[in-house]
Ligand binder design. Structure first.
Ligand code: CO8
Length: 259
């Protein structure tokens, strides 16, 4: 695997933990980190045969404190710049065929909150702080956050969070549905591992098609019901489908091969 400058990768029992590591900038997303994330999800993933991925931030203080604001000053007055390449990175995470869990420790602000939202599941520590402070900088969330926040917490709460730039802690994020779980500080990775352990016992191709079918619900250019039918039909041709049914009837644990 490529040697990353800003991401520490540890793989154990089929679970890759990606620790985003720019501690001096509270793990802010600079161009290098975004490029490395994209590389992992598009170039490395398929050869790794993973059961799941956990994304977390280095240190106790921060998951990711947003896009790297120091890179904003490179934009000349009167010029615009596009967050489109960032969309590609987060879309690659969202459509990843194996489950991706954000283990949110500390600040998840701006692009950090957006990154957590692009993951399939969010486990927040009690001391996590989520927020979308972009309007304080004269911009709006630009990595899909205006859309994904609505999907997760509904229009009213999303508008309030984006317009006030208020931060909310892990318990509040859980209460409004932004986080799937809230756990005492330091237990977020263990909780994410526990969830991936459960998912890892199920048929991997079926898991990937759950992700794809749910993705189709939110994609404006896809018919979700049609995608479900196609995915279902495909899964009935797999060996795992035969194994799952046989194991049930033989009252034994299924042994899935992802084939
Ligand atoms: N970018 C760059 N550096 C940062 C960032 C950041 N987002 N956040 C923190 N840092 C740096 C600080 O500059 C500081 O560096 P130094 O020690 O060299 O001065 C170091 O990290 C520690 O930070 P603080 O001293 O500020 O720590 P505090 O505990 O006092 O405060 C906060 C922590 C509240 C997190 C504070 O640092 C802060 O408000 N950070 C900025 C948060 C923010 O506004 N994030 C949103 C950024 S915009 C965004 O994400 C848009 C996404 C879409 C972009 C599309 C682009 C194409």
């Amino acid at each position: 695997m490529k040697n990353f400058e800003t991401i520490k990768v540890a793989i154990e029992e089929g679970i890759a933990t990606l620790t985003l590591s720019r501690p001096k900038a509270l793990n802010a997303l600079n161009a290098t980190l975004m490029g490395e994330l994209y590389h992992f999800f598009t170039e490395e993933l398929s050869s790794l045969k993973l059961k799941g991925i956990i994304i977390t931030g280095d240190g106790e203080k921060s998951f990711v404190a947003g896009a790297d604001i120091s890179e904003f000053v490179e934009v000349k007055p009167g010029e615009s710049f596009s967050p489109e390449s960032g969309h590609k990175v987060f879309n690659a995470i969202e459509s990843c065929p194996v489950p991706v869990i954000a283990a949110v420790n500390g600040f998840a602000l701006g692009g950090g909150c957006e990154l957590a939202m692009a993951c399939h599941i969010r486990v927040a520590s009690e001391n996590a702080l989520f927020g979308t402070p972009e309007v304080k900088l004269g911009i709006i969330p630009g990595y899909g956050g205006t859309q994904r926040l609505c999907q997760l917490v509904g229009r009213g709460r999303a508008l309030e969070l984006m317009m006030t730039a208020d931060m909310i802690d892990g318990k509040e994020a859980y209460r409004i549905g932004l986080a799937n779980h809230v756990v005492p500080a330091g237990q977020e990775i263990a909780k994410a591992q526990e969830i991936l352990g459960k998912i890892g016992q199920k048929a991997p191709l079926a898991i990937s098609k759950v992700i794809d079918s749910v993705g189709a619900y939110y994609a404006h250019d896809r018919d979700g019901f049609k995608s479900e039918i196609e995915n279902f039909e495909y899964l009935t041709t797999t060996q795992d489908f035969r194994e799952g049914a046989a194991a049930f009837l033989e009252k034994r644990k299924a042994s899935f091969k992802g084939e």
